[in-house]
Design a protein around this ligand. Structure first.
Ligand code: ATP
Ligand code: MG
Length: 375
């Protein structure tokens, strides 16, 4: 309970932070040594140990708040009544800045995206390991994606699920935006898939069960991901998957026209159609993509992979074939997800209860129930 409140305040502070480049800039000039451009490799910066990580995470949040007058006031008067607390919050809103580059020791580069780089980072005072994503404002502007990034931040910082990559906070200086992300110790799922060529059914089923749990959570919060594919899924240290990349996500319902870039392979038929009433779709788009994902996990390639024109044509017709080595149960699930009519696709609850999932994931189900009950 106490942690929850702290986390809520932490977020609030980081959001405020974005609008104050002056203060952030000042901290940055002092923190030149740790700056990304002079990043040095850290020794002993191993993957975070999760049980320790969750306690250090709380610690980090506490430390992050230690400099704020708010926490001092509350700590010194723990018996504040509710109305007193809320007036304290009002009074404390223009709190001192918490997150800044100097707080982090920057480690090795984890990867490079279209608009920036991601580094392993350690919060100096707590040793908390995270991933720091650095986006250059000029590049975002050139790419015309500032709005998209803003939305990504807004949406992702409000999400808390074991299979959704956490965004702990963000800050910026005059040139860059920094996202403090949960570190996914085993990297991209895409790389694992390419290395293994295709996953055994038990593994694919466990991944799909985790995807279903994450999507159920997102949809409950009225968030449609819209860009589900192996490239946007990271793997945690225990092999658990973490959905990331909320750049295309929106709050449902959506009737906005949007140009998608990148692969067409995962695009649902209702997002392909053009016409006056076009692009009116709902969270069922993620179910289609979940079907494509199930197929790709098991087969090693996406079901509609072809030239761009042919891919679109084949998606619009639902034209695909499932190889004979796929089990009847898996085949059944794929067919129930890759249904042209969005309303006729199987629901996430039904995915979770599907014989193929139950066959391979009974333990996982119970474990995830246990962890969600603990929350
Ligand atoms: P795009 O710009 O199309 O979104 P991307 O998703 O690859 O590309 P980033 O999200 O910037 O771009 O990530 C770049 C790479 O860094 C990822 O592909 C991944 O290998 C690595 N990476 C990103 N975030 C993390 C993280 N939280 N933990 C571990 N590795 C990460
Ligand atoms: Mg990405």
């Amino acid at each position: 309970m106490a942690t929850k409140t702290l986390e809520a305040r932490f977020e609030h502070l980081s959001v405020n932070d974005e609008n104050d480049s002056h203060a952030a800039g000042k901290t940055l000039s002092k923190a030149k040594k740790g700056s990304v451009s002079t990043a040095v490799s850290l020794t002993g910066l191993g993957p975070a140990n999760p049980p320790a990580a969750s306690s250090t995470r709380n610690q980090l949040l506490k430390i992050a708040l230690q400099n704020t007058t708010e926490s001092k006031v509350n700590a010194s008067s723990p018996n504040l009544k509710d109305h007193q607390k809320s007036s304290t919050v009002l009074y404390e809103q223009p709190a001192p800045k918490t997150l800044h580059l100097g707080m982090f020791e920057i480690g090795k580069a984890l990867g490079k995206g279209k608009f920036g780089r991601v580094y392993l980072a350690k919060e100096r005072s707590t040793g908390f390991i995270c991933a720091l994503k650095v986006l250059h404002k000029s590049e975002l502007q050139q790419g015309g994606v500032q709005k998209q990034v803003r939305r990504e931040i807004e949406i992702q910082s409000n999400l808390r699920h074991p299979n959704v990559l956490r965004l702990y906070g963000h800050f910026h200086d005059s040139k860059r935006i920094f996202l403090v992300l949960e570190f996914a110790g085993k990297g991209e799922l895409y790389k694992h898939l390419r290395k293994e060529n295709r996953f055994p059914e038990w593994k694919a089923a466990q991944y799909i069960a985790q995807m279903a749990a994450a999507l159920k959570y997102l949809h409950k919060k009225h968030v449609i991901h819209r860009d589900i594919k192996p490239e946007n899924i990271l793997v945690g240290i225990h092999g658990e998957i973490k959905i990331s990349d909320f750049g295309w996500s929106v709050h449902a319902p959506n009737n906005r026209r949007q140009t998608m870039c990148g692969t067409l392979d995962y695009l649902p038929p209702e997002m392909l159609r053009s016409g006056s009433q076009d692009n009116f779709y709902n969270e069922k788009v993620d179910l289609w993509s979940l079907g494509v994902l199930t197929y790709e996990f098991l087969v090693g390639e996406a079901p509609f992979e072809d030239t761009p024109v042919m891919t679109q044509r084949r998606i619009a017709r639902g034209d695909m074939s499932i190889p004979s080595f796929i089990s009847p149960e898996a085949r059944d699930l794929i067919k129930r997800l890759l249904v042209l009519d969005p309303e006729k696709r199987i629901s996430l609850e039904e995915v979770q209860q599907h014989p193929w999932i139950l066959k391979h994931c009974v333990k996982t189900e119970k474990a995830s129930q246990r962890s969600s009950n603990q929350k």
